[in-house]
Design a protein around this ligand. Structure first.
Ligand code: SF4
Length: 235
């Protein structure tokens, strides 16, 4: 049994890759990018460990349509053994799905640049099982401004330095256009989910806001009398 430190799993996800997707966020990241909006995923908390098989079981229970799986973090590549077991497990399950179902792609995010990932044999094995990777650290100043003034946004990427790299024919078909574009009007950038957990109700924002969007949202909530409490995008 391989254990994965898991921050969250959610379905449906529509803001991180094409179509209707399952989202898996790993727990633990030592990269600490300035302006990271997911600081709650930094701590490699062993209490968050779940068997990879349980994540695969959850995926298999999801309804159609399911066009893809997005793995983000945290930093997924800081758990290489579990990540490899996960992506290989997804591949095996995908290959066993009925032929008439929509092909399912695997997209993985990483804060490491692609050249570094492709130098490591361990990371290459993981990438070989994926259809696309969006690679590179989040650089706040390279994220288009949002709030009142924002116009453009980056499709599926947090900042312009990040590279969309297709890794398979299916990846080329679905991610090839995004790989060549810098700034464009994107599809849905953000979605909201409300989960009831042992610590009470938590609101999750899924997707990639533009620079300043979360501050703008906090101010709007404050004005409406809603206190955001602890948030993942501030120290
Ligand atoms: S943006 Fe991603 S890679 Fe960077 S610190 Fe946050 S979780 Fe880690």
């Amino acid at each position: 049994m391989t254990g994965l430190l898991l921050a969250k799993a959610h379905f449906p996800v529509t803001a991180l890759g094409p179509g209707v997707r399952a989202g898996i966020w790993t727990q633990g990241c030592t990269l600490h990018c300035h302006g990271c909006l997911s600081r709650d995923t930094w701590d490699a908390d062993p209490a968050k460990e779940v068997p990879v098989e349980a994540v695969l079981g959850w995926l298999a229970s999801l309804p159609e349509p399911l066009h893809g799986v997005t793995i983000s973090g945290g930093e997924p590549f800081q758990q290489p053994t579990a990540l490899l077991a996960l992506v290989r497990g997804i591949r095996a399950w995908r290959d066993g799905r009925p032929r008439e179902t929509m092909p399912l792609d695997i997209l993985v995010y990483s804060g490491y640049v692609y050249s570094r990932l492709s130098r490591s044999a361990e990371s290459r094995e993981i990438l070989e099982a994926c259809d696309a990777v969006i690679a590179g650290p989040y650089v706040d100043r390279l994220n288009p401004a949002g709030g009142h003034t924002g116009r453009g946004s980056l499709l599926w990427r947090g900042s312009a330095n990040q590279r969309v790299v297709p890794l398979s024919p299916l990846g080329a078909e679905r991610y090839g256009p995004a790989a060549g574009n810098d700034t464009q009007e994107a599809g849905p950038r953000m979605q909201v989910s409300v989960d009831e957990g042992p610590e009470g109700r938590r609101v999750y924002y899924i997707g990639i806001p533009r620079r300043g969007d979360m501050e703008h949202l906090s101010e709007t909530l404050d004005r409406a009398g809603v206190r955001a409490g602890d948030v993942s995008w501030r120290p």
